[in-house]
Ligand binder design. Sequence first.
Ligand code: ATP
Length: 272
Amino acid sequence: MSNEHAIYVRGLRKSYDGFEAVKGIDFEVQPGEVFGLLGPNGAGKTTTVEILEGLRPRSAGEVKVLEFDPQLQTRRLKDRIGVALQATNLPDKITVREAMDLFAAFYTRTVSGEMLLKRLQLWDKKDAAYATLSGGQQQRLALALALINDPQLLFLDEPTTGLDPQVRLEIRDLIQELRAEKRTILITTHYIEEAERLCDRVAIIDAGQIIAIGSPRELAGEKRHPIRNRSATQPARPCGRPTAVAGSYSHYRKRRPSSSHDQLLPSGAHAR
Ligand code: ATP
């Protein structure tokens, strides 16, 4: 039964023209939990998350997100979730306030855009064009847009990748605040330290399969799992710059923006 789960995934498979990108994965996320997906390029993270968001059809398996089937109840699901992409596809000239108003118009329930912009320290930038924002400001705007419908469930795609250490800490603090508000969060990240700091549980996905799942502490202590990359399971360094998961994960590249914001809006259900 999936009633008690925010996200429930059983036997999920996804093939692209005969190539199986996701090979029958199982996991669930509890309400209020912060759940991390870690894995190298091409592991199947984006495919999995986009299926959960209702952006891609699955080939097989059972998926429930907030009790909805993302493939069949896409609009209702999109009304209830928030998605912050790593790279946005907002037009360069749109201002911060215009972007907030645009997004607010698509949802049946919204919170005050002014309140969100103040909370995310973007109020001073409300009339600034998107292209003039710093990377950290663009990421904070992505979070503000993801929160405009007051979602119970948030998908955060590599929310701190490419940001400088100070901004990364700010974004992490914001995520901690969202967690304190009992929102459920699914986060993809390349940083094992980030997963350890933010996530209640983490799934490591590789070549379309989940190769380890558990709390960061359990994974750090795991000796028997057949994880090819041992450094993926080592504890965080006590200080210094966060390390992208190394070894076989060291070739992580910055994720391509495979989703665009218009696809995430309730009225923009495009399944690829
Ligand atoms: P990254 O961190 O690089 O974004 P990922 O873990 O998110 O990687 P996916 O983007 O889900 O991985 O890709 C999983 C596999 O599926 C890869 O081999 C990728 O080339 C392939 N793939 C993804 N999208 C498509 C598509 N539309 N058509 C064909 N193959 C695809």
